[in-house]
Design a protein around this ligand. Structure first.
Ligand code: SAM
Length: 257
């Protein structure tokens, strides 16, 4: 299984929620992380390493939002990006991640319990902020994706304002998601942000989006240099139909009805 090397399908079904709303419940994540060692949402690092290396240089200070039990921070470290701070709302995820990185000798990686909607960091202190599948959690009760509920928009904007605030003047926000540009750009492109918005895709069946938002790079005429790739056709592999990513998306779609 590509999305979660190290876990099998039965284990994943065991931790998957019965409704998408559970993804908004901190106790769901605590309970899940107490039983699950490792799960990689969307794809593991090998699938987007080339994109990460184009944008995150060794020596960069990185903040990862909602690390869960992903190995992203260790993968970055192995590629020379050692100044990594991970946060998660789940105390269980944080405690287990702290133990894991310590035991593996990744001593510079910091893991903190914190809410991405209320970042406990000063202004302009990170070169890069990364989220993988964490912003998507905010959308599970969004209603119509073309016209998300005001409460959803307010939460997403709170998150984005915090990310924009903690980024250095030329910092980069990387968002790895299945959220397509026509749903994400209205939020990313809000006039209060000075970042430019570009994206790439990766993945074989489902395509995932790798957004690169560069603070201070918004073009003067308001035209964004987005990578205007057509939205890829969906060509599902059998294994992906069984994955929790698919469940996550489908449950969100059901919420839209
Ligand atoms: C879909 S999982 C993604 C985990 C990991 N990024 C990955 O790629 O495998 C969402 C994660 O976000 C965390 N989370 C949810 N809401 C959060 C918030 N407001 N602040 C910080 N973390 C949050 C959850 O505890 C969970 O670990």
């Amino acid at each position: 299984m590509v999305e979660s090397e190290g876990s099998n399908q039965a284990e994943k079904r065991d931790v998957a929620p019965s409704t998408a709303l559970e993804y908004l419940d901190p106790s769901y994540w605590d309970e899940r992380f107490s039983r699950e060692e490792h799960y990689e949402w969307f794809k593991d690092y090998s699938h987007f390493r080339h994109l990460m290396q184009q944008n995150v240089k060794p020596g960069s200070s990185v903040l990862e939002l909602g690390c869960g039990n992903s190995q992203l921070c260790e993968n970055l470290y192995d590629d020379g990006v050692t100044d990594v701070t991970c946060i998660d709302l789940s105390a269980v995820a944080v405690e287990r991640m702290q133990k894991r990185v310590q035991s593996k000798g990744y001593k510079e990686i910091k893991v903190l319990e914190a809410d991405m909607l209320d970042l406990p960091f000063g202004d302009e202190c990170f070169d890069v902020v990364i989220e993988k599948g964490t912003m998507d959690v905010l959308f599970v009760d969004s209603g119509d994706p073309w016209n998300p509920r005001p409460a959803t928009v307010a939460r997403v904007m709170l998150m984005l304002q915090g990310v924009h605030r903690v980024l250095k003047p030329n910092g980069i926000f990387i968002s790895i998601t299945f959220g397509q540009p026509h749903f994400r750009r209205p939020l990313f492109d809000s006039p209060e942000f000075t970042w430019s918005v570009e994206w790439n895709t990766f993945g074989d069946g489902f395509h995932y989006f790798f957004y690169i938002l560069k603070k201070g790079q918004r073009s003067i005429d308001g035209e964004k240099p987005g990578n205007k790739l057509p939205v890829p056709s969906i060509n599902l592999l059998h294994e992906e139909l069984e994955s929790e990513d698919y469940l996550f998306r489908n449950l969100i779609d059901e919420m839209d009805c």
